[in-house]
Write a protein that binds this ligand. Structure first.
Ligand code: 6R9
Length: 653
C-alpha cells in the first residue's frame, strides 16, 4: 500500500486513537478525575494549579470579576523570573540544562538553570543601569538566540513589561509597536540568520527609530559580527553593545515582588479591524495557566527533553518555549533557523541529536514535511519521541495521520492544542494519557476551561452543526485588556455575545462525543502558516502605494500554508496593470508589514463587488480565488462586477 492509500484507509475508519497503554500507565493523568474536579470546583481547581508556583505572599481571593474585567489571585505576590529560575536552584535542578540552543549555522549553547540565573541577573542589572524601572516597557526585537529569553526574564525580574516583536516584521511594524507601548529601551541584534542569509535587525531598528521618540537606548547583541551591519549607523550615546554592558554587571539581582495582576508582557496580534492590538498578560494567572498546561498537556517529566519549534516572537514561544517549560523546571530546546536549512532533515537531525522526547510544532510545517517525503524523517533515529503536538491552525486529518505514522511511528499520542494569543495558554486539548484522540479535532477543553459552540444568537448548537466558538467562563491566563485601549478589549471580545462570553473569532462544531472541531477564523483575520494577519493591515499597506486606488484582501485555501493572501486591486487613473506592478505592490506590502504578509497573488480589477451599502463582499472574492461557483450575489450593487472578476481570475491561472 502506498502512503496515500494507508492514510485513506486509516481515515475511512474514522476511529478514535486511545492512548498507548505503556504511555497511559506512566502518564500524569490516567483518568477523568482532573476534569471532574474542575467541573465541580473550578476556582478550587485553579487555586490548586496556582500552588504549583512559588508565591511570596498567597492570594486573598482566587477571582474577582466585573465582566468583562477579571482579576485572578488578588492580593498574591510573586515573580515570574523567580519562578522560572531561582526556585529550581535549591535542588539538583540547578545543574540541569534549562535551555539547549542550536543556531542555524550549527553553533550550540547549553544554559543550566544556574547559568540562566547568572545571565538573567546580569541582564536585569544592565537594564536597571540604563534606568529601566518597574512598569517600564522594553521592546525586544531579536532572532531566536538565548539572549531573547534572557532579556524577557530580565524584564520580568525587575517588573518591566516586555514586548517581543517577531524578527520577521518590518521597520514600520516595529515602530508601530514601539510607539503603542511607549518603550524606553529596544533590545535588538546586529542581525539574525535565515537560510544562510542575514536579517538586518539593527538596520530595521534604525529605520524604525526615526519615528519613535520614547526610545532612549538601543542594546545590540552581536550575533553575526559583520562590521558593515552596524558601523555606518551607530548612534553614539544611544546604541550600546550588549556584551560591553553585560561585562561588569553583578551576577545576582534581587527580584521585584509583583502583584499577581501586575503586567508581565504585551504581545501584539492582528484583529479583524485596525492596527494590531497589544494583548496584555499579567503575572499570576498567566504563569499558573502556562505551568499547569505544560505539565498536563505535555505530560512533562523532569528527565524529558522538550522542543517547541515556534519562534518566541509569537505567543506559542512565550508560553511554551519560555514561561511554561521554565516554570516547570524543564529542559527546553530552542532552534534559530528554518526546517529546510541546510537541508530538509534539519528538524529530525535536532530530534536525534538531543534525543528530544516531546515535540510541539505547527500543521503548516507538517504539510511541508509531507510534501518533502517520508524519506527525510526515515533517515534519522526518532525513537526518543514519546509525545508530539500541534498548534496554530486546524490540522487536516491527512496531515495528522502522516504525523502519527512518520514522526510518531504509530506510538506517540498527538496533542492537537487549540488556543490563542489572547488565551495565553492551551484551552482545548487532549490529555495524552487519557483522551482518545481524533484526527482533525482538538478534542475537549482543558480542565477548568469552559468552551461552547453557539449560533448567532448565542445559543448552543447541536452536534455537527457549525457555529461560533466562545469561552463561557474566565480562565486565569487570559488577556486582561488591550494595552491602552480597554474599549477595544470590550468591543473585540465581549460584545458579540454579551459581557461575560468571550468570542474567539473562530468557527467550530462539536461531534456527537462533544469533541470540538475548529474550522478557522470567521472574522477578517487570515491565518498564513499559523501566523495571524488582518485583511485590514494588508489593504492599508496596498492603498498606501501611490498607484493604488482601492484594495480588498482575502485568505484563500493553500495546500501548505493553510491560507494564502489574495489581493484584488483597483489602480488609479494613469497606472497600468503589469507583472512589474504586481511585483512592486507585493514588495511594498513586505516593506510595510513584513515578508509574512506578502500576497500570494494580486488581481487587478476595475471594480470590486460591493453591497448596496458599500461593503466589500469578501465571501464572493473567496469564491473567486478558490474557484468555486459564485455564492448569492443578489445583494450586490452591480452583480456583473463579480462575473467579470471571476472570468479574469480564471484567465490568469
Ligand atoms: C496559539 C496561536 C490563534 C488562532 C485561533 C485559531 C488558530 C490555533 C489551533 C487553531 C485549529 C488548533 N488555531 N490553534 N485552529 N486548531 N489547534 O496560534 O495563537 O497566533 O493568536 O492564533 O489560530 O484560528 O483563533 P494565535
Amino acid at each position: 500500500m502506498s502512503s496515500q492509500e494507508k492514510i485513506a484507509a486509516l481515515l475511512q475508519e474514522n476511529r478514535l486513537f486511545p492512548p498507548p497503554p505503556d504511555f497511559a500507565e506512566r502518564a500524569h493523568v490516567k483518568d477523568m478525575s482532573l476534569h471532574e474536579w474542575a467541573r465541580k470546583d473550578r476556582l478550587g481547581f485553579w487555586a490548586a494549579m496556582a500552588e504549583r508556583l512559588h508565591w511570596f505572599k498567597k492570594w486573598d481571593t482566587v477571582l474577582e470579576w466585573e465582566p468583562p474585567f477579571y482579576k485572578w489571585f488578588v492580593g498574591g505576590k510573586l515573580n515570574a523570573s523567580y519562578n522560572c529560575i531561582d526556585r529550581h536552584l535549591t535542588s539538583w535542578r540547578r545543574n540541569k540544562a534549562a535551555i539547549i540552543w542550536e543556531g542555524e549555522p550549527g553553533d550550540e549553547r547549553v544554559l543550566t538553570y544556574q547559568d540562566l540565573h547568572r545571565e538573567v541577573s546580569k541582564a536585569a542589572n544592565m537594564l536597571k543601569s540604563l534606568g529601566v524601572r518597574r512598569g517600564d516597557r522594553v521592546t525586544i526585537y531579536l532572532p531566536m538566540i538565548p539572549e531573547l529569553p534572557i532579556a524577557m526574564l530580565a524584564c520580568a525580574r525587575i517588573g518591566a513589561i516586555h514586548s517581543v516583536v517577531f524578527g520577521g516584521f518590518s521597520a514600520e511594524s516595529l515602530a508601530g509597536r514601539i510607539n503603542d507601548a511607549q518603550a524606553k529601551i529596544v533590545i535588538t541584534a546586529d542581525g539574525g540568520w535565515r537560510r544562510g542569509n542575514v536579517v538586518p535587525l539593527k538596520q530595521n531598528t534604525d529605520e524604525a527609530l526615526k519615528s519613535c521618540p520614547s526610545v532612549e537606548k538601543v542594546i545590540v547583541v552581536k550575533r553575526i559580527g559583520h562590521e558593515s551591519l552596524v558601523h555606518h549607523n551607530w548612534v553614539e550615546g544611544r546604541d550600546l553593545w550588549w556584551h560591553t554592558l553585560m561585562r561588569n554587571q553583578p551576577d545576582t539581582c534581587p527580584v521585584e515582588e509583583m502583584d499577581a495582576e501586575d503586567p508581565l508582557y504585551i504581545l501584539y496580534t492582528s484583529g479583524s479591524t485596525g492596527k494590531p492590538k497589544g494583548v496584555l498578560h499579567t503575572t499570576g494567572g498567566y504563569l499558573t495557566g502556562v505551568a499547569a498546561t505544560t505539565h498536563y498537556v505535555f505530560d512533562l517529566k523532569d528527565e524529558d527533553v522538550y522542543w517547541c519549534t515556534a519562534d518566541i516572537g509569537w505567543v506559542t514561544g512565550h508560553s511554551y518555549i519560555v514561561y511554561g517549560p521554565l516554570a516547570e523546571g524543564a529542559t527546553t530546546v530552542m532552534y534559530e533557523g528554518t526546517p529546510d536549512y541546510p537541508d530538509r532533515g534539519r528538524f529530525w537531525d535536532i530530534v536525534q541529536k538531543y534525543r528530544v522526547n516531546i515535540l510541539y510544532t505547527a500543521p503548516t510545517a507538517i504539510r511541508s514535511f509531507m510534501k518533502w517525503g517520508e524519506e527525510w524523517p526515515a533517515r534519522y533515529d526518532l525513537s526518543s519521541l514519546r509525545l508530539i503536538g500541534t498548534v496554530g491552525e486546524p490540522i487536516n486529518p491527512e496531515a495528522w495521520i502522516w504525523y502519527h505514522q512518520h514522526i510518531g511511528r504509530g506510538k506517540c499520542p498527538i496533542v492537537d492544542t487549540w488556543w490563542q494569543t489572547e488565551t495565553g495558554m492551551i484551552m482545548i486539548t487532549p490529555l495524552p494519557g487519557v483522551t482518545h484522540t481524533k484526527p482533525g479535532s482538538a478534542t475537549i477543553p482543558f480542565p477548568g476551561v469552559s468552551a461552547e459552540v453557539v449560533d448567532g444568537a448565542g445559543n448552543p448548537v447541536g452536534p455537527g452543526e457549525g457555529g461560533f466558538l466562545v469561552l463561557t467562563e474566565p480562565a486565569p491566563a487570559m488577556l486582561r485588556t488591550v494595552w491602552g485601549d480597554p474599549d477595544r478589549y470590550v468591543a473585540q471580545y465581549y460584545s458579540r455575545f454579551g459581557k461575560s462570553v468571550y468570542f474567539t473569532g473562530d468557527g467550530a462544531k462539536k461531534d456527537e462525543n462533544g469533541y470540538f472541531i475548529i474550522v478557522g477564523r470567521v472574522d477578517d483575520v487570515i491565518n498564513v502558516s499559523g501566523h495571524r494577519i488582518g485583511t485590514w493591515e494588508v489593504e492599508s499597506a496596498l492603498v498606501d502605494h501611490p498607484a493604488v486606488a482601492e484594495a480588498a484582501v482575502i485568505g484563500r485555501n493553500h495546500d501548505i500554508k493553510g491560507q494564502a493572501i489574495s489581493a484584488f486591486v483597483i489602480l488609479k487613473e494613469g497606472h497600468q496593470p503589469s507583472e512589474a506592478m504586481e511585483k512592486e505592490l507585493k514588495e511594498h506590502v513586505v516593506r510595510k508589514i513584513g515578508a509574512l504578509a506578502r500576497p500570494e497573488e494580486i488581481l487587478f480589477t476595475a471594480d470590486l463587488p460591493k453591497t448596496r451599502s458599500g461593503k466589500i463582499m469578501r465571501r464572493l472574492l473567496r469564491d473567486i480565488a478558490e474557484g468555486r461557483a459564485l455564492g448569492d450575489t443578489t445583494t450586490l450593487a452591480d452583480p456583473a462586477v463579480v462575473q467579470q472578476l471571476k472570468e479574469k481570475y480564471e484567465a490568469t491561472e
